[in-house]
Write a protein of this length. Structure first.
Length: 200
C-alpha cells in the first residue's frame, strides 16, 4: 500500500512533473506528450502519475498555470520598480522579453494553439486573468499620467500583440540577415504605437 505523502512532498513532486511536461510539450509536440512519455522521463511507471494528476490534460493545464504565474511575477516586479510611468513601461517590456527568451519552453507552451478551457481549470483561469491584468495595468498608469488618449485595455493588447509577434518571429528564425535587429524593431514598434496614442 502506498504511504501517505506530505503536502510539501506532493507540491514538490507535482512541480517536477510539470517541468517535464513543459519541456516535452515543445520538444515532442503537444500531441505526442502522454502519461507514458512523462513517466518515462521521470523514471516512473505511468500509473504513479495518477497519484498527482487525473490525466495528461490536467498536467499540461498545471504547466501552463505555472508558466503564466512565472511571467506574472516578472511583470509585477517591473511594475513595482522605480521610475515614472514611462520608465516602468520600458521595464515591463524588458521583463516580458527577458522572460520569453530565458524561458522559451514556458513561453511557447503559454501561447501554443491548443489551449485548455479555463472553465475546466480554475487555477489556470486565475493565472490567465492575472497575466492579462499585468499586461494592461502599466498602460493604465501611462494614460493616467497624461499625454495619451487611448483605451488602456486596447492599447495594452496592441503592445502585447505586437511584442508577441516580434518574439515569435525571432524565436522561429524568420528574421533574415537583412532584417533590422530585434531590439530595434521592438523599440520602433512601441514608439510608433505611443505616438499614435498621443493626444493631438
Amino acid at each position: 500500500m502506498a504511504q501517505p505523502l506530505s503536502d510539501e512532498r506532493v507540491a514538490e513532486t507535482r512541480e517536477r512533473i510539470v517541468q517535464v511536461a513543459e519541456h516535452q510539450a515543445v520538444a515532442l509536440g503537444l500531441e505526442n506528450v502522454s502519461m507514458h512519455s512523462i513517466a518515462r522521463d521521470l523514471g516512473w511507471s505511468a500509473t504513479a502519475l495518477y497519484r498527482y494528476f487525473a490525466n495528461k490534460e490536467a498536467i499540461l493545464a498545471a504547466a501552463r498555470t505555472a508558466a503564466l504565474d512565472r511571467l506574472s511575477f516578472a511583470l509585477e516586479a517591473a511594475i513595482a520598480g522605480p521610475g515614472d510611468a514611462w520608465e516602468v513601461s520600458r521595464a515591463v517590456g524588458d521583463a516580458y522579453v527577458a522572460f520569453a527568451f530565458d524561458n522559451p519552453d514556458a513561453y511557447r507552451l503559454i501561447f501554443s494553439l491548443s489551449q485548455p478551457d479555463p472553465a475546466d481549470y480554475p487555477e489556470f483561469a486565475q493565472a490567465l486573468a492575472r497575466a492579462r491584468a499585468n499586461l494592461t495595468l502599466y498602460v493604465e498608469r501611462m494614460v493616467e499620467a497624461g499625454g495619451l488618449e487611448a483605451d488602456p485595455t486596447v492599447l495594452g493588447h496592441l503592445f502585447w500583440g505586437g511584442l508577441h509577434g516580434l518574439i515569435s518571429l525571432q524565436m522561429t528564425g524568420k528574421f533574415g540577415d537583412e532584417s533590422p535587429d530585434f531590439d530595434s524593431l521592438r523599440h520602433e514598434m512601441m514608439r510608433s504605437l505611443v505616438r499614435g496614442a498621443h493626444k493631438p
